[in-house]
Structure formats: C-alpha cells, structure tokens
Design a protein around this ligand. Structure first.
Ligand code: FES
Ligand code: FES
Length: 157
C-alpha cells in the first residue's frame, strides 16, 4: 500500500508498505531517515522515538499505515538546515553521546520535556527519560545535557 504522510515538514509518499510494517522501518528504509534506531523493536528502549502529531511515540510499535495523513518529526527534523537544535548541541557539548544508539530517542524525549517543563528538576528529567535506555553513559552526562539545553533555552532572548 501507499502511505502519504508529512515527515519533518515535507509531504512524503511511502510505497510498497506492507500491513505489518512498523513506522520505524518505513522511516529508515523507505524515507531515508535512519536517525531513529532499531535496538529492541518491542517498545522497551526508546531509541526509535519520534513525534507523531506532536506526541513522542516508539516508532517500532506504530504501524506505518497509522501515519497516513499525520505529522511526524524525527530526530533529523529537530535541526535546521545549518544548525543543530539546542538540545542536540547540548548533548554534544556535555559529552552525553558514546555509541549514540540511544541518542535519537533521548533527544526527542528531552526536546519534549523542555517544551513542557522549561526548567526541569532532576526528578522531572529522570521521569521524562525513564523510557529511554542507555547502555553506555551511566546517565549522568545525559542529565547534564538536559540541564544545559534547558539553561541555554531559558537564557535565549
Ligand atoms: S526499538 Fe523501539 S523501543 Fe526499542
Ligand atoms: S550512548 Fe550507547 S546506548 Fe547510550
């Protein structure tokens, strides 16, 4: 089947989508957007997180067909053509990325948190990122990165 959706502000037609195909597969293999990672494919790790109509979802658990007519933002869509998003830059600057497999999902989750809670506390961050597993960093640098991103966003005129 063909699925027509909007991804990162662009209308996209995904052809030959099969009924059981996940949105994650369609984004990675048909839309050329490999940012969302496939780590567990069962909703456990959060590495495949994207926005679907403004709500973070595990794209491995969403059927591609469910995205018909809807609005998707992937980690690629956070950045502008020339600059990383502030959350992305903060993860780099805080050293919160090691293998990077978890990073796309964490970026979407952190982006969503800061939009909802501009000055998140440690418990706010822990709760918001609870569905995103990282096997490398021990989470401290990730916490630092979210605080840094929030502080910088708050300092912007
Ligand atoms: S790959 Fe989707 S939650 Fe792990
Ligand atoms: S940086 Fe490797 S899983 Fe998080």
């Amino acid at each position: 089947m063909r699925v027509t959706t909007t991804v990162n502000g662009q209308r996209v037609e995904l052809d030959d989508v099969w009924e059981g195909e996940s949105l994650m597969y369609a984004l990675r293999e048909r839309a050329g957007l490999p940012g969302s990672k496939n780590a567990c494919e069962q909703g456990e790790c959060g590495s495949c997180t994207v926005y679907l109509d403004g709500v973070p979802v595990c794209s491995c658990l969403v059927a591609a067909g469910q995205s018909e007519g809807r609005d998707i933002t992937t980690v690629e869509g956070l950045a502008s053509k020339t600059d990383l998003h502030g959350v992305q830059q903060a993860f780099l600057d805080a050293g919160a990325v090691q293998c990077g497999f978890c990073t796309p999902g964490l970026l979407i989750a952190a982006h969503d948190l800061i939009a909802r809670v501009p000055e998140p506390s440690d418990p706010d961050i822990r709760e918001a990122l609870a569905g995103n597993l990282c096997r490398c960093t021990g989470y401290e640098k990730i916490m630092d990165a979210v605080h840094l991103a929030a502080d910088r966003a708050g300092a912007r005129p």
